[in-house]
Design a binder for this molecule. Structure first.
Ligand code: ATP
Ligand code: MG
Length: 409
């Protein structure tokens, strides 16, 4: 099937002519380079799960001596975006702080505002993006950069001591965010690095008389990064993580649907006809089984067209499943050009309401690492096989199973 945009005398619009994926959702957020950039905050949508996480941290900081946290969640689940918001909320630039406050939209009396209050020059913010390297050196370099000093040349910098000293001297506070902490843990597992560094860091933060808050960002629990080490080491790692309070950052199904709807832009959509009723029916079914589901669910599902509403509703739960191993994020899937993927679907079909990317297609284009056997080519039914340059429906619409003419397929 070739992409065909012109019929005799009439323009034939393909899905790819009317559907685009918002660039906002295609870039990965990098806290160390995005901090201080107002445009990097634009488009952030603060959802209930993110608010609960910040409130939970604020409560612990107010009511206990706990100052070290880990946030654990699936790939592409918005961890770095939220970390960037937190860094921006307390950072040095007033206008960025104001923008972060607006985007977070927390109620005026929220404890988060009290705990993360910043004025004047703000807090000292130390953003680190982990890589396979020694954690003490990475943290020491990031601290020097945050203080606008040259990097330390010491072989074994006492970065924990330096952080405590910085927090005790600072009139407001020091926030250390270690994104991609898993990479540093992997380096420790591989090179026999010192895992007790993290324990020391967490304990120092809780003992410090200044405000020193540590956030580490992970995809899975500490000990899972030590899977190749022996049982005893894994137990030690789990014990070290016990010094941190772990808060999951896992968006609820309706939150994922809302974000997916925002990520899929449709210009001049065709009349959605029955597709709209599908969304209503599926939203009603979900709401019947899960009474807490927001009343706006049907609208959110409609906004996901040409994703079939069932596919849209499945993306969240699938990204949560075994998320330590599932390396394809929800937004990565929307942009992926893999066979039977969403982009191929958009290129392969005319823009008509019944062209919806259904759960069957999603199932067969899942990465091999997730469900090896089910992705084997021999298992792909004939009606879903690829034609040249697109999805060959074999006369059946792969989305809703409706019989169609084979034009454009
Ligand atoms: N709440 C949100 N509002 C707006 N955009 C979001 C939100 N959550 C995630 N995104 C977008 O989704 C993409 C992935 O987000 P982000 O990089 O923050 O996820 P992550 O959990 O850090 O991913 P990874 O596991 O790959 O590090 C980004 O393009 C980001 O802009
Ligand atoms: Mg990230």
């Amino acid at each position: 099937m070739r992409k065909q945009t012109q019929l005799v005398g009439a323009e034939k619009l393909m899905l790819s002519d009317v559907v685009t994926i918002s660039r906002q959702f295609l870039r990965s957020v990098r806290i160390d380079t995005d901090i201080g950039r107002e445009d990097a905050l634009s488009g952030y949508i603060c959802q209930g799960t993110a608010i609960s996480l910040l409130e939970s941290m604020a409560h612990q900081i107010t009511e206990t001596r706990q100052r070290a946290f880990t946030w654990t969640g699936p790939y592409g689940g918005g961890k770095s975006s939220l970390a960037l918001m937190l860094c921006s909320l307390v950072g040095a630039q007033t206008e960025i702080r104001t923008k972060a406050k607006q985007l977070l939209g927390l109620p005026e009396g929220s404890l988060v505002h009290k705990v993360f209050e910043a004025k004047g020059d703000g807090w000292l913010v130390v953003p680190v993006v982990g890589k396979r390297a020694d954690v003490a050196h990475e943290l020491s370099a990031a601290l020097a950069k945050a203080k606008s000093l040259p990097a330390s040349r010491k072989k074994q910098p006492d970065v924990v001591g330096e952080l405590v000293e910085a927090a005790e001297r600072h009139p407001q506070g020091v926030l250390v965010v270690i994104d991609e902490l898993g990479k540093l843990l992997e380096a420790s597992a591989q090179d026999g690095g010192d895992i007790y560094f993290f324990q020391e860091l967490a304990e120092a933060a809780s003992r410090c008389s200044g405000k020193l808050v540590i956030v580490g960002i992970l995809h899975q629990a500490f000990d899972a990064y030590a899977s190749r080490l022996g049982r005893q080491s894994r137990d030690e790692w789990a014990k070290v993580q016990g010094r941190f309070v772990d808060i999951p950052l896992v968006a609820a199904t309706d939150e994922v649907i809302e974000l997916v709807g925002k990520a899929i832009n449709v210009e001049n959509p065709p009349p959605l006809g029955e597709a709209s009723k599908f969304a209503d029916r599926i939203a009603t079914t979900i709401r019947t089984r899960r009474p807490g589901t927001p009343v706006t669910l049907a609208d959110s599902l409609r906004a996901c067209w040409p994703l079939h509403p069932v596919t849209a509703a499945l993306l969240g739960p699938i990204s949560r499943r075994r998320f330590g191993q599932n390396e394809r994020s929800t937004f990565g899937f929307l942009a992926s050009r893999e066979p039977l993927g969403f982009v191929e679907f958009l290129n392969g079909y005319e823009a008509q309401w019944f062209r919806m990317y259904g759960p069957a297609l999603y199932w067969y284009c899942r990465p091999r690492s997730v469900d090896q056997d089910h992705c084997a080519d021999r298992d792909v039914p004939q009606r879903l096989r690829l034609g040249r340059g697109g999805v060959d429906s074999g006369g059946l619409d792969p989305g809703c199973g409706r019989a169609t003419d084979s034009q454009g397929a």
